[in-house]
Design a protein around this ligand. Structure first.
Ligand code: NAD
Ligand code: MG
Length: 298
């Protein structure tokens, strides 16, 4: 049998042969154009019923970490709705096809997270397509580097906060009346929340906000039986990075600074989301689960 997520391996050697070269894509970038291909767990993720009958909405579910999470959720038995930008239809179609192979209900709901009306309709459309919602993964995000604060426009600052922070607020607020006791909200933050790059002032600030939003809301919702947690990825090979997420010079050595000495793959994030979505993490709330190759965190 080929490798799955339970195969005993040396994590420092796993994926160490995936070495990207300089490349540039227009934002938001497509997994279809990423060279080399990222591993979304298409060939490796093996489900075992951990989310049977659950109903999940995943923003940014077309590519990268969100797509790997969508594949894992579907193989664990959850119906899945994915949100993405209309220009990402190609990636979304491919992922939707993989999800359907798992035999679950799939909804494709394109739109712009910067628009509060879209965010609210996204929740309503998820509920009507899946018959409810009990897992919300706020994962869509924008990351554009700027060498100098002088080059960070009001428009970019606004877009980054709208996409990463406001959308999480709008979607979570709209989802709350539908979430039953036992439901799970999982936000995607970043190592950037506490170890910010000098070129990611706006992005890193949104990620610190996401961490704090998660810890505050977790306390508010715990008495209702709704758990709120976050996943904090380190350097992961996704379209976010070559579409101006980093200066192109940094792409080739991306992730080499981590103790594991390599960048991570989206497939390595998915199990963290599965754990936080599943009742097996029933006593975990307000937590940030770091998946970052071993970089120390507060
Ligand atoms: P990705 O590009 O595959 O996913 C990001 C997704 O966000 C896109 O696919 C897109 O669908 C969505 N998105 C962006 N702007 C949008 C908008 N205006 N409207 C609707 N959707 C929009 O990259 P990824 O790395 O998988 O990113 C997923 C999350 O992981 C993001 O929140 C990102 O900040 C976070 N993250 C990534 C890394 C990394 O190294 N890749 C590290 C830490 C955190
Ligand atoms: Mg995408």
């Amino acid at each position: 049998m080929s490798r799955d997520q339970y195969t005993f391996v040396n994590p420092a050697e796993l994926y160490s042969d995936i070495e990207p070269e300089k490349q540039h894509m227009e934002e938001p970038g497509l997994d279809a154009d990423l060279t080399p291909k990222a591993d979304l767990g298409e060939e490796s993720y093996r489900g075992s019923g951990r989310l049977t009958g659950r109903k999940a909405l995943i923003t940014g579910g077309d590519s990268g970490i969100g797509a790997a999470t969508a594949i894992a959720f579907a193989r664990e038995g959850a119906d899945v709705a994915i949100s993405y930008l209309p220009q990402e239809e190609e990636d979304a179609q491919r992922i939707a096809g993989i999800l359907k192979e798992a035999g679950v209900t799939v909804a494709q709901l394109p739109g712009d997270l910067r628009d509060p009306e879209y965010c609210r309709s996204l929740v309503a459309d998820t509920v009507s397509a899946l018959g409810g919602i009990d897992i919300l993964v706020n994962n869509g995000g924008k990351q554009i580097f700027q060498e100098s604060l002088a080059d960070l426009t009001d428009e970019q600052f606004d877009d980054t906060f709208k996409t990463n922070v406001y959308a999480m607020f709008w979607i979570t607020k709209a989802a709350l009346p539908h979430l039953p006791a036992g439901a799970s909200i999982i936000n995607t933050t970043s190592i950037q929340a506490y170890s910010p790059s000098e070129t990611l002032v706006d992005y890193a600030s949104t990620k610190a906000t996401i961490n704090t939003f998660t810890k505050a809301l977790a306390q508010q919702l715990a008495p209702q039986g709704i758990r709120v947690n976050a996943v904090a990825p380190g350097p992961i090979w996704t379209p976010l990075q070559p579409s101006d997420g980093q200066p192109q010079e940094k792409i080739a050595s991306f992730g080499e600074e981590t103790p594991l000495g390599r960048m991570g793959q989206p497939a390595e994030l998915a199990p963290a989301y599965v754990f936080l979505a599943s009742p097996e993490s029933s006593y975990v709330a307000g937590e940030t689960l770091n998946v970052n190759g071993g970089m120390p965190t507060p």
